[in-house]
Write a protein that binds this ligand. Structure first.
Ligand code: CMP
Length: 136
């Protein structure tokens, strides 16, 4: 049975830099997500390394962490029925070139690195990622 759940969404530096954050937020709202919490922050590189530590063995890990800490990001807790999957569908494939028409990454992503948004990939990771940014 599907149930209301929360997921973590990040509007990445490439999108914040292009002032796309309000437009992307409105896409989430139009698609039935509630924005429960949000904050605009800039991470230090060591914080990005901690956030993306599941990718630490990947060849792209260093560039990924450099990039996520390169400018302000907007971090949000989104809530909806089956929010994790719904957000992944709305974001589209990791590589914007492979993302379907109408998805956020297809509409705004520049490259696999500058793909405009991050979303939790499972309910379990959503809890960990929400805790990472919104402790207490
Ligand atoms: P995100 O959903 O934030 O999770 C990890 C990020 O690594 C991913 O989006 C991409 O922006 C980035 N990345 C860079 N290269 C790759 C790759 N080859 N495969 C998957 N993700 C990649």
């Amino acid at each position: 049975m599907s149930e209301v759940e929360q997921t973590l969404s990040i509007i990445k530096p490439d999108a914040v830099e292009r002032n796309l954050d309000q437009q992307i937020k409105s896409i989430f709202v139009k698609n039935g997500f509630k924005i429960i919490k949000e904050k605009k922050i800039k991470l230090e590189k060591n914080e990005a390394e901690q956030f993306y530590k599941v990718h630490q063995t990947k060849p792209f890990y260093n560039d990924l962490c450099e990039y996520l800490s390169s400018g302000p990001i907007l971090v949000m807790v989104l809530e909806k029925k089956d929010a994790v999957l719904a957000n992944r569908n709305l974001m589209g494939a990791t590589d914007p070139k492979k993302a379907e028409e109408g998805t956020i990454r297809k509409s705004f992503g520049i490259s696999i690195d500058k793909n405009s948004v991050h979303g939790s990939d499972s309910a379990e990771n959503a809890k960990i990622e929400i805790e990472f940014f919104f402790k207490n």
